[in-house]
Design a protein around this ligand. Sequence first.
Ligand code: DQA
Length: 151
Amino acid sequence: MSNLVYILNGPNLNLLGKREPETYGALTLADIECRCRETATMLGLRIDFRQKNGEGELVEDIHEAISTAAGGIVINAAAYTHTSIAIHDALRAFDGVIIEVHLSNVHAREEFRHRSFISPVADGVIAGLGAEGYELALRAMASRLIEHVEV
Ligand code: DQA
């Protein structure tokens, strides 16, 4: 397995910083990407960090992770978490490690956010820890990938 990790972000996450900061925090997605890059370098991982508003585009990014034989996917599918069978199916076809991340604690919010189509195909789930959740996901990823890494 390779040390390449795709970090995929779904709809409206490009608005972070401006969007409901009381729920999602003050950091922008660029700030989160920057933190992920630092953490990944420290851990010996390579990352490909992306944000897409379209469901099909996220599916295509997962297909790319499959075809490049990436070691892992960290995914915050945002609202598609709660609706997307297409993303669920695409992730099922991925052989590497999958970690689902949410900035907010979705379980403490509206009922419709309690259901995730990602969780059944994820190796682990992190919710409610803000941007730190992404860094924790990378740490967990490194401990699962690093022993069998082909750089
Ligand atoms: C989110 C939670 C989702 O319910 C919501 O639709 C988002 C962001 C989070 O990171 O907390 O857009 O995935």
